[in-house]
Write a protein that binds this ligand. Structure first.
Ligand code: ADP
Ligand code: MG
Length: 250
């Protein structure tokens, strides 16, 4: 489907895109490559991509096409073999403390939820807040509010094992929002969910995008859900083969 056709059929208003400094994209990957096994495996190969503040981007592609590798590089969870990622124009290589960068600006959601089994929902959501400025009561209050916002206000003190898989993923999403990230990176977040729970998660992403203005980059295998994003990037063999928002240049 063409960009124009898709946009004109949209009923939801697109949120105002907050411009970066001087029109600088929030994130820019510049000629990124990542190789493994002494250069034998080209997980991604010469990828250039700009993402503006407030965009909602879906990434699709066959298994092994480099989607997770690209997402991990965009979130500074991994470093490229060559090329550079820029956050608001600043190269990651000059940001210094990448742990702090991630905890302040990026929320991650994965296919496996990675909740701590001995902590309740409201405790799990507080984990990323421990390095921040909030005291214990403020942390607990904020975690409860986040869980309420993902529809789990009635499950605050449940352990992960006492929650459905869909509820676990919503706890993980609340945890990803703990430090009010500007960027949410999600790698097949509905991969382990039934279709009803998956629908709930995708509705939640749409709402976070619309109401909080969070910039979202989401890997999914679901064509229907991918088309609800405002931009669809397709990958194959470590390269971007199509980008519904047009040319890759800014
Ligand atoms: P996708 O998420 O699209 O399925 P990945 O980014 O996980 O793809 O992987 C891209 C390619 O890189 C695949 O061929 C995969 O086998 C390879 N790869 C990923 N991680 C590693 C690793 N740690 N060591 C070696 N090869 C890897
Ligand atoms: Mg993957």
């Amino acid at each position: 489907m063409s960009r124009g056709a898709r946009r004109s059929s949209q009923t939801e208003p697109r949120p105002a895109v907050r411009p970066g400094r001087g029109g600088t994209p929030l994130l820019r990957a510049e000629r990124l490559s990542k190789t493994y096994a002494d250069g034998d495996v080209h997980a991604i190969n010469d990828v250039t991509l700009g993402i503006d503040r407030g965009e909602y981007v879906a990434i699709m592609g066959p298994s092994g096409s480099g989607k997770s590798t690209l997402l991990n590089l965009l979130g500074a969870l991994d470093s490229p073999t060559s090329g550079e990622v820029f956050f608001e124009g600043e190269p990651f290589s000059r940001l210094g403390n990448l742990d702090r960068f991630r905890s302040q600006h990026v929320g991650f959601v994965f296919q496996s939820f990675y909740l701590l089994p001995v902590l309740t929902a409201v405790e799990n959501v507080q984990v990323p807040m421990f390095e921040g400025p909030l005291g214990a009561r403020q942390r607990a209050r904020k975690a409860a509010a986040l869980l309420e916002s993902v529809g789990l206000g009635h499950r605050l003190h449940h352990l992960p094992a006492q929650l459905s898989v869909g509820e676990r993923q919503r706890v993980a999403i609340a945890r990803a929002l703990a430090n009010d990230p500007i960027l949410l990176l999600a790698d097949e977040p509905t991969g382990n969910l039934d279709s009803v729970s998956a629908e709930g998660v995708f509705e939640l992403f749409a709402r976070l995008h619309l109401e909080r203005g969070v910039t979202i980059v989401l890997i999914t295998h679901d064509e229907g859900f991918a088309h609800r994003a405002h931009r669809l990037v397709r990958m194959k063999d470590g390269r971007i083969v199509s980008d519904s928002d047009g040319p890759l240049a800014d």
